[in-house]
Design a protein around this ligand. Sequence first.
Ligand code: ATP
Length: 231
Amino acid sequence: MALILKEVTKRFGNYTAVDGLNLSIPDREMFGFLGANGAGKTTTFRMILGLLDPTAGKITLDGKAIDYSQSSMIGYLPEERGLYPKLKVVDQIVYLARLRGMKKQAAIKELGYWLERFRIPEYFDNKIEELSKGNQQKIQFIAAVIHRPKLLILDEPFSGLDPVNVELLKDAVIELKNSGTTIVFSSHRMEHVEEMCEYLCIMQKGKPVVHGSLKEIKRSFGKKNLVIHAD
Ligand code: ATP
């Protein structure tokens, strides 16, 4: 799903969190959003998802303004994880999958696939609060992808994970991209974006400092400058 942002601005009172952002995210590509704390990444994601209205500018997905009819095609891993600690993993996932129009049996099958893939098949019936933080993050990721969305937005998907789990999650993201999902993810770390994305945007104080294909950016700026901008 091609995602286009035209002159998108978000102000909170006098504070401009996102300032005239222009982006074109090609269908079936992986797009990286890089920037330090407060750069405006989460605010941009919330506007793409329709959770916040832009103060100015326009966002379209496949040529149409985003509305609720598209929500079953979009997956979102929020920065603040939002699972119910007292629910069992299976009940949490089935509940969220049903909200997106999936049948219970299809959701259970898909959950089984992901738990195996993340090497935690034994946690199917555990309560969320019984899982480690890293495993909770994997469940949150599964919640975002259970319905096989066409557009997947991941806010800091690798933060707080150990290197083994970062690799597991990266492989899963790459698999989804290869199966045709358009993916946008944010990170503080250049190496994640550089390794996985062909296109990227580096944000600083609400403004894109650089955006375009990684190859072009590297040619124009050189790797050293990119790393300085990243955090
Ligand atoms: P982080 O990695 O820390 O989440 P970010 O790049 O995602 O950073 P945002 O969360 O988009 O940044 O925040 C951008 C700026 O907008 C920050 O200075 C933040 O304090 C401000 N901001 C975000 N949401 C609100 C809000 N609802 N009201 C007021 N200011 C806000």
